[in-house]
Design a protein around this ligand. Structure first.
Ligand SMILES: Nc1ncnc2c1ncn2[C@@H]1O[C@H](COP(=O)(O)OP(=O)(O)OP(=O)(O)O)[C@@H](O)[C@H]1O
Ligand SMILES: [Zn+2]
Length: 650
């Protein structure tokens, strides 16, 4: 029960909620029932059928309508006297600037992506408004408190980058089913149905340089006189048969690995039926391309059945055939979409055939779809728990009760009979480039990299700036905005295509660039260090940004030996260290894949950060299946962190 004092604080508070999805619906309801009377909600989405199972403020009839507006109407039905102001908009829109944020006493996030979270963090810092951040993934969740100058900001710890795999693991030496999925989705599917002009390293790597090039020449293009069945079999034989044989020639590769088995249609499938050409147009479909299904054509009904190699091969050929027969117009521009049934069938079957070749256990379509789409099924109860915790923290923040602030982690398995793990927040990271003024360092080849590379790969992708301005001393190198003069637009466009050392104000080793985002009111300095060479595999951007987090990636907290994007440990520690029960954590987002190893429970912290679900996209889940296959990017673990060096909030 709230005290009188609490109640009056709550009544007088003006609250901004960002996100009216899984967490947001729970949060709005809980805020209203807790006595909050002035709530603003920003959400850019409309309601989808798939939201209805957990976003309980919405009904079938609301599908297609604004989440923010419908959420408001639903809550006003049981709390008619309160004021709820909805904005059907992106929180990154310019109208939501620092002045807009300043009107609130606290901001509560119920978002599902890193980009928006970082943006809100910056606006909260610039406006001095406290932020309560949250995230859920399946059974896991977290609530963190960020108050300028008192606790860490959302970006004081670097967030794990979306999970990537070494190219050679995907193209040549898969050892887990997820590697086969990535191959099937990002290489094979993209090669056959996506943009032909995009780089795509589908062929096996071999030390025998003469081996594959000739055979691989245009192998993926359907020949003019080739019927579709013939084409499908040729692709099958090439990628599952011939390419594997080429890979096997490189004996070094297989010294410490199990050799894969080349698979050809002649071994797996019966000879081609004579009447095949006559079947061409028999594929059972309606006029709607989205209803085309290889499973339906072949009479396979249950997506949770495990298909045999033969069945996978049938699906593979049938799906390929259906793309050409029923969706030919889309070929050349298709991207994988987890809601595209035929694409999921194709990717599942291709991944399974490859898995069979490499001796990796096969998976059913339902599982494969989850892996391919990085899906972790949302749990409504977790959202409800997290929403309750957000409100509790918001109340402490409003009363400035700094000592009581807690970051709370919702676990899947109890520790000392507790499912909620409270953690005292840390003080701001003095080397955080977002909430302190610490400069960053960028190693880059200033003679080769263009300003465009810097803007795209660093300023936008890494620093998360949306309206950047780049200066070298007093010289403006780049700027975006609606109010630019034509000549400025022309000059900046020309600058983008220049290598750094040839800019009007040349950028070389030793240069300090100032990068600023006018909307976020964030300014930082970037020290440029010239470097000639970069490792294509480990440093694919051709540049390396560092400087905003302590170097924590020690051997002990690395997640996987061949994982270049191993996460950085966050530094939270439970208030009461638990016993050393080991639990397995698997992230369901590719970005978090890194964290999928056994961790000591006392080491766990879930860092709000990724692209996953309603939370921070951080969804560690316990799994008895592929222990190592985390698919998300939420969880970070302490490992041997030097947590003692960090000061908790007193
Ligand atoms: N930049 C943004 N501006 C405003 N709202 C945003 C922004 N980014 C995300 N959101 C909102 O945050 C909410 C997150 O909710 P949730 O994670 O439940 O996602 P969902 O899209 O409703 O469900 P799912 O992704 O599981 O289908 C969504 O309603 C989404 O529209
Ligand atoms: Zn910070």
């Amino acid at each position: 029960m709230a005290s009188e004092e609490q109640l009056s604080t709550i009544k007088g508070a003006k609250v901004l909620m960002v996100g009216a999805g899984g967490i947001g619906c729970e949060l709005l309801k809980t805020l209203a029932l807790s006595g909050f009377e002035d709530i603003h909600i920003i959400d850019m989405d409309t309601i989808e059928v798939s939201n209805l199972n957990r976003q309980f403020l919405f009904r079938q009839k609301h599908v297609g309508q604004s989440k923010a507006k419908v959420a408001r109407e639903a809550v006003l039905k049981f709390r008619p006297h309160i004021k709820i102001t909805p904005y059907h908009a992106n929180v990154k829109d310019p109208e939501f600037n620092v002045d807009f944020f300043k009107q609130f006493n606290v901001v509560l996030n119920g978002l599902d992506n890193l980009d928006a979270r970082r943006h809100v963090n910056r606006l909260c810092l610039a406006s001095g408004v406290p932020l309560v951040e949250s995230g859920t993934t399946g059974f896991l969740g977290q609530v963190t408190v960020h108050v300028k100058g008192k606790t860490e900001c959302y970006e004081c710890q670097s967030k794990p980058a979306p999970k990537t795999y070494p190219v050679c693991t995907i193209t040549s030496t898969p050892s887990k089913f997820v590697h086969c999925i990535v191959w099937a989705k990002d290489l094979l599917f993209a090669k056959l149905f996506g943009d032909k002009n995009q780089d795509n390293d589908l062929n096996v790597h071999s030390t025998d340089a003469s081996s594959s090039s000739e055979h691989a020449e245009d192998v993926f293009v359907r020949k003019a006189d080739e019927d579709i069945e013939q084409y499908g079999r040729r692709i099958y034989d090439h990628v599952f048969g011939y390419n594997i044989e080429v890979a096997l020639r490189n004996e070094e590769t297989w010294k410490s690995r199990n050799k894969p088995r080349p698979l050809y249609t002649r071994d797996v499938l019966p000879p081609r039926p004579v009447e095949q050409n006559g079947n061409k147009d028999k594929a059972s479909t309606t006029g709607d391309p989205s209803s085309v299904s290889a499973m339906a054509s072949l009479g396979l009904k249950n997506p949770q059945d495990l298909w045999s190699l033969r069945e996978n091969s049938d699906i593979f050929l049938e799906a390929l055939k259906l793309f050409f027969l029923k969706r030919e117009k889309e070929i050349g521009q298709l991207g994988f979409d987890k809601d595209d049934q035929l694409a999921v069938e194709f990717v599942t079957s291709a991944a399974n055939i490859r898995a069979a070749s490499f001796g990796i256990p096969l998976h059913n379509l339902f599982e494969a779809k989850g892996i391919a789409g990085n899906i972790v099924h949302a749990v409504a109860t977790t959202n409800a728990i997290i929403a309750g915790l957000i409100v509790l923290e918001a109340m402490k923040v409003l009363q400035n009760d700094v000592k009581s602030y807690r970051m709370t982690y919702c676990l899947e398995h109890p520790s000392r009979k507790m499912l909620l793990m409270p953690v005292q927040p840390f003080e701001p990271n003095k080397s955080c480039y977002v909430c302190s003024e610490t400069p960053l360092t960028l190693e880059i080849n200033t003679h080769r990299s263009k300003l465009r590379d810097f803007v795209d790969k660093i300023v936008k992708a890494k620093l998360g700036m949306s309206l950047p301005l780049i200066m070298h001393g007093v010289a403006l190198l780049y700027e975006v905005g609606d109010d630019l003069e034509e000549v400025e637009v022309t000059n900046y466009a020309a600058n983008l295509d220049k290598v750094l050392s040839e800019l009007p104000s040349p950028v070389t080793g030793g240069t300090i660039l100032t990068v600023e985002d006018l909307q976020q009111e964030l300014k930082c300095s970037v020290n440029i260090k010239h470097r000639e060479e970069f490792d294509e595999e480990k440093e694919p951007d051709g540049m390396v940004l560092s400087g905003w987090t302590p170097a924590l990636a020690t051997e002990k907290n690395k997640t996987s030996d061949n994982d270049p994007s191993s996460f950085n440990a966050s530094q939270t520690v439970p208030l009461e260290p638990e016993d050393d029960d080991e639990i397995e954590i698997i992230n369901k987002d590719p970005a978090i894949l890194a964290a999928g190893k056994k961790r000591k429970q006392s080491d766990i912290s879930v860092a709000a950060n990724s692209e996953i679900s309603s939370v921070t996209g951080e969804i560690p889940t316990k799994s008895k299946v592929e222990k190592d296959d985390s698919h998300s990017d939420i969880v970070t673990v302490d490992g041997n962190l030097d947590t003692n060096k960090k000061k908790r909030v007193q």
